[in-house]
Write a protein that binds this ligand. Structure first.
Ligand code: ADP
Length: 491
């Protein structure tokens, strides 16, 4: 059944409607044009016939008569009859100077019948030289239409009357009837052909749109790999199909990213739970042991309490690290402002008080480098790097530098500790990753310190990298985009 709401059938109906309208307009216009041409050419034939006959009649009569008898003759029945000789269907009326019929010569009409008669004002106008190319005059019942021509009867360049020549229009009407029939049959044939072909053409043109609809349905059902099959034309529908495929690609990518992010989140939650479970189990163990004893000697109590304190401290640090990481990754970006890198780094190192911890820390801070940073957020990076050096390179020296390279600025920490094994190096920025030697919980942290540092640096549009040539300690470099204009303020 035809669905009127489908675009295919609406386009077909519109096209056929338009075509019908145009065919009707064309048919009507050509009908009237042909009718006019036929009437005019027949009227011209009548007028030419009259001119020739009048000349011949005048020549024949002129030799013996004076002007006045010729005038009378030209207004007579004899002249009227002479005019009917060329065509038996012509009926003639001679109109006198007063605009009245003075003689008639019906050819095929019975004697009491009259040739068609026009209105007096039309005769008067024609006598004054303003006759139309032709007139249409009905006569009889049922009426027969006559094509009528009025020609002036002139003697010595003076109009003395009118000759009215009329022929029935049945011949013309017959031609017009045939023409009408031809146009009707032709138009019907064109419409029938259009009715058969248009739905096929429209369906073919709309096929890519149907494919787009099918693909959209598949996407909605969760099949993100579906695409509108090619080849796509250069037309509007082809462009729609191409744009749709691009959109589908974007959706697939977005869903893949979401899947990966959910996977990461699941892994993160699993790792975090695992990390929390260890100190919790330890705490529960100590509580259990202490609870089961009737009496506990002070030494055991002290050592148990100290261990419980360590475990709860570890848990607190872990929870804070988790919170920090979550805040950086899900919260607003850092609040950046242009600062002088050396001044800021010097301030951050002073706050750490490394000397108080007995660490030999040197500084080599190049001045005049401006960076756009959130000073407090970035201090945490300095802190994490320094704390790692303290933990994994105890007693080693720390060399802090800042410098610029082209459009980048950097600060770097080199320690003279044992360095990082080639096995650990690619993983140390991953969450919860602890190096081989750091797995001993007493020394190691939660494995989040460098992950937090990486997140903070990346939120600044920078990168962090670690190198550790064998036997040469560990080197951490934080790269930041450099501000080339002079800094407006500094710490
Ligand atoms: P943690 O919280 O365990 O310190 P981090 O993410 O800060 O975790 O560090 C990850 C791993 O990188 C550490 O377990 C350690 O093995 C290694 N590491 C980090 N800094 C140093 C360093 N200065 N020297 C040697 N190893 C280091």
């Amino acid at each position: 059944m035809i669905r009127v709401r489908s675009l295919r059938w609406r386009l077909t109906a519109f096209y056929l409607g338009l075509l019908s309208g145009l065919l009707i307009l064309l048919g009507v216009t050509q009908y009237f044009v042909i009718r006019e041409v036929l009437l005019r050419s027949n009227a011209e034939v009548l007028a030419n016939d009259y001119t020739a006959l009048q000349l011949a009649f005048k020549r024949q009569q002129q030799s013996s008569k004076t002007t006045t008898p010729i005038q009378r003759l030209l207004l007579s029945k004899q002249f009227a009859q002479a005019l009917t000789l060329s065509n038996s269907r012509i009926s003639v009326a001679i109109i006198g100077p007063a605009g009245l019929i003075v003689a008639t010569a019906p050819a095929t009409l019975t004697p009491d019948e009259q040739p068609p008669q026009l209105r007096t004002d039309q005769y008067q106008a024609a006598l004054r030289g303003r006759s139309r190319a032709y007139y249409l005059a009905p006569i009889g019942d049922p009426p027969t239409t006559y094509l009528t021509v009025l020609r002036p009867i002139e003697v010595s360049a003076r109009t003395i009357g009118l000759a009215q020549l009329s022929v029935p229009t049945d011949g013309i009407e017959q031609t017009l009837r045939q023409d009408r029939w031809l146009v009707l049959v032709g138009s019907a044939a064109v419409l029938l052909l259009a009715l058969l072909l248009t739905p096929l053409i429209v369906a073919r043109a709309l096929r890519p749109l149907n494919q787009v609809a099918r693909t959209a349905g598949a996407l909605a059902a969760g099949d993100y790999q579906q695409r509108v099959p090619g080849p796509h034309g250069d037309d509007e529908i082809g462009k729609v199909a191409l744009a749709f495929n691009e959109m589908a690609g974007g959706i697939e990518q977005a869903f893949e990213m979401r899947r990966q992010s959910e996977e990461r989140m699941r892994q993160f939650v699993a790792d975090a739970s695992h990390e929390l479970r260890t100190p919790l189990t330890a705490l529960a163990g100590y509580i259990d042991v202490l609870g089961r004893r009737d009496s506990v000697d002070p030494e055991t109590l002290q050592s148990s309490l100290a261990a419980m304190q360590r475990e709860s401290g570890r848990m607190t640090r872990l929870v804070w690290d988790l919170l920090t990481l979550t805040r950086i990754e899900s919260g607003r970006g850092p609040t950046l402002r242009p600062l002088s890198l050396d001044a800021w780094l010097a301030g951050a190192l002073d706050e750490l008080g490394l000397q108080d911890e007995g660490v030999t820390a040197t500084r080599q801070l190049a001045p005049g480098i401006t960076v756009n940073i959130d000073p407090d957020a970035l201090k945490q990076v300095v802190n994490n790097l320094a704390q790692n050096a303290l933990k994994y390179a105890p007693g080693a020296e720390q060399h802090w530098r800042c410098f610029a390279e082209g459009s980048r600025a950097a600060f770097r920490l080199e320690d003279t500790g044992p360095g990082i094994s080639a096995q650990d190096l690619p993983h140390i920025f991953e969450r919860f990753y602890r190096g081989e030697k750091a797995r001993d919980r007493a020394a190691g942290g939660s494995g989040l310190g460098l992950a937090i540092a990486k997140s903070i640096v990346e939120a600044h549009g920078g990168t962090i990298e670690a190198t550790s040539p064998p036997g040469a300690g560990a080197t951490f470099t934080v790269w930041l985009p450099r501000v080339v204009e002079p800094a407006k303020s500094s710490t």
